[in-house]
Design a protein around this ligand. Structure first.
Ligand SMILES: [Fe+2]
Ligand SMILES: [Fe+2]
Length: 249
């Protein structure tokens, strides 16, 4: 009975693929088959698998049906966190998604799930990703102030959603937390953030995030121990489609 996580499956059985790297990079070739094989090797139906966002390229539910079928067919109990590309997922209609896909899939938003005596909390998160201005050596010398102000608003909203997730779990008596975000917890300008502070405040043991694709982005945020909390990037291409074992059963 272990807990696993991975993110960014970016399935596209019925929709248009919009990322060039997903067309050309070797790591993405037949990634659906690779991931399915790795899951079958590692995960049993007693285990829990958290999928940390960017599930599908589908623009709406009808374009995601086969993608959801693929996810449903993976072994274990499946919990989904929202990613920035998950256009099928309207936050306000999360209840409807849960009704429709219960018991196969659980969509976690403004709520929490449990694993043993842990509460699994999370939200999409957000980080400022530029535009940045670079000098001729590629160093950041400035950024678009308007975009940064907008990003701050989105960060605040996501922090509110994350706090709600923590508070609901806490009110039900949970004291052990694993925190999931789709976006990395810090932008490349930050060493800590509202998200790392919140992980600290509630005493999360681990923070799991995804979203960073390709070698050049894998080190955009924290990995390993920071202030006593373990941070792990689990984007599918970083993990080479092997789910990370977060907790051993
Ligand atoms: Fe992604
Ligand atoms: Fe993403």
């Amino acid at each position: 009975m272990s807990l696993y996580a991975i993110g960014d499956l970016h399935l596209h059985y019925q929709s248009v693929l919009k990322a060039a790297n997903q067309l050309h990079d070797r790591v993405w070739k037949n990634h659906e088959e690779k991931f399915l094989k790795n899951c079958r090797k590692a995960i049993t139906d007693e285990d829990t698998l958290v999928l940390v966002g960017d599930h599908s390229w589908g623009k709406n539910l009808s374009e995601c049906e086969r993608d959801f079928q693929y996810i449903s067919d993976l072994p274990g109990r499946k919990i989904l966190i929202r990613g920035n590309h998950d256009l099928f997922w309207d936050v306000k209609k999360t209840g409807k998604l849960n009704e429709r896909f219960r018991p196969g899939l659980t969509f976690l938003q403004d709520s929490y799930e449990t694993y043993r005596d842990y509460a699994l909390v999370g939200t999409k998160g957000f980080t400022f990703e530029g535009p940045f201005y670079l000098d001729r050596w590629g160093r950041i010398v400035g950024w678009d102030e308007e975009a940064r102000t907008h990003a701050k608003k989105l960060v605040e909203r996501e922090l509110g959603r994350l706090r709600k997730s923590f508070e609901l779990a806490k009110a039900d008596g949970y004291r052990k937390f694993i925190m999931f975000l789709h976006y990395p917890p810090t932008s490349i300008l930050e060493e800590r953030s509202g998200f790392t502070d919140m992980a600290q405040e509630y005493g999360a043991e681990q923070v799991i995030y995804a979203h960073c694709h390709g070698e050049s982005r894998f080190h955009d945020s924290i990995q390993g121990d920071f202030q006593g909390i373990r941070y792990s990037l689990v984007s599918g291409d970083f993990r080479k489609w092997k789910p990370l074992k977060v907790l051993d059963g």
